[in-house]
Design a protein around this ligand. Structure first.
Ligand code: PLP
Length: 372
């Protein structure tokens, strides 16, 4: 039997009746765009994350775009982020004409290294204005926000949290999505909290920024959609996705616990054979991915594949060597920690419905692969 990498069907079976009912309700009330479920979801998320304002939107990418546009990031601006992330994090910077400036990651957490960030800020090109940091909470673990908030403050930089993978995680008592000036998340189906299509949200405690993003979400609207005070986007979430997410948010805390139990089982059984994830004190991950490092990564992947166990490699090609960013003129060797991770990392099946038998099968397969 093949094990799914992420089992969304099993989750659907658990919540089928409630989700079907809520989707039907949307079909019947007919407010397919910005219907009442959107506001309900925004208020439930604000409660869950403990932030003042939540604005749902069309995707995690658009959430990042809204955050940057709300701060007028554009040509001549430098935005610091890591090359070891999904393309969207840096893509939005370039789409607005600003320049992504990459900073290498911490080798244990895979998140931006605050020390290297300070060094990069100090030597940013004279043609650029250092404007913002996008810190990514990779694989569901928050970046080091104590250090990042102090760097941002010292250099007067905007701090944006890319919480696309980390909703549900905790850093020193604070929830992912509550860090920096503004945070962005994604409800892409495979994320820890996923919809049945695309979706995203921004979180902030800054009321004027929130109001600007409300306008940007609908074509830079002023008093209404036909009064346009700036250029914006069509970046609304569909009401149906909100209806789905309202239910998923209810079962989410239980799902995070199950993810944690599976991660514990993986770590206990694998830590003598491969490098298992490092979680700093006072932090919990939401385990968007359970990623291990091994010199025998390719052997592990092949061996697991033969046994019907899927794995993924996030990220096999860091952003600084992607053709899409060739104009930035980076070269292999510029970010050795990211490049080393790209060669050794592999992510294992992880979802709240992963059965104990399957966990044991995966563990046994990895141990036999590394001892081959
Ligand atoms: C998924 C993801 C995004 C983009 O989210 P979409 O909803 O797919 O647009 C951005 N950043 C990171 C780190 C992601 O993992």
């Amino acid at each position: 039997m093949n094990i799914p990498f992420i089992d969304l069907k099993q989750q659907y079976l658990e919540i089928k009746e409630q989700v079907n009912d809520s989707i039907l309700k949307v079909l019947e009330h007919g407010q397919y765009i910005l219907g009442p479920e959107i506001r309900d979801l925004e208020s439930d998320l604000a409660q869950f994350i403990q932030v003042q304002h939540v604005l749902t939107c069309s995707s995690g990418t658009d959430a990042l775009l809204l955050a940057l546009m709300a701060h007028d990031i554009g040509p001549g601006d430098a935005v610091f982020t890591t090359p070891f992330t999904f393309i969207a994090t840096a893509e939005v910077i370039s789409l607005l004409g600003a320049t992504p400036v990459f900073v290498d990651i911490d080798e244990k957490t895979f998140n931006i290294d605050p020390q290297l960030l300070e060094e990069k800020i100090a030597c940013v090109s004279k043609d650029l204005n250092a404007k913002a940091i996008i810190a990514v909470d990779l694989f569901g673990l928050c970046a080091d926000y104590d250090a990042l908030e102090s760097v941002a403050k010292k250099h007067n930089l905007l701090l944006i949290e890319d919480a696309a993978q980390s909703l549900g995680a905790v850093y020193k008592g604070r929830k992912a999505g509550s860090f920096g000036d503004v945070a962005a998340t994604s409800f892409y189906p495979a994320k820890p909290l996923g919809a049945y299509g695309d979706g995203g949200a921004v979180f902030t405690n800054d009321t004027s920024m929130y109001e600007k993003m409300v306008s940007l979400r609908v074509h830079g609207q002023g008093k209404n959609k036909y009064d346009n005070v700036r250029l914006g986007l069509n970046a609304r979430m569909d009401t149906m996705q909100a209806a789905v997410l309202l239910h998923k948010l209810r079962i989410f805390p239980g799902e995070i616990e199950k993810r944690q139990e599976i991660a514990n089982t993986y770590t206990q059984n694998l830590q003598d054979h491969v490098t298992t994830p490092f979680i700093p004190d006072d932090c919990t991950s939401t385990w968007a991915q359970y990623s291990i490092l091994s010199d025998k990564r390719d052997v592990i992947q092949q061996h697991l594949k033969e046994q019907g166990i899927p794995t993924c490699i996030f990220y096999i090609k860091p952003l600084h060597v992607q053709d899409a960013f060739s104009t930035l003129e980076y070269k292999p060797g510029d970010f050795p920690i990211s490049e080393n991770a790209a060669q050794k990392i592999i992510s294992l099946p992880m979802h709240p419905y992963l059965k104990e038998d399957d966990q044991q099968r995966i563990i046994a397969a990895i141990i036999s692969a590394v001892n081959k």
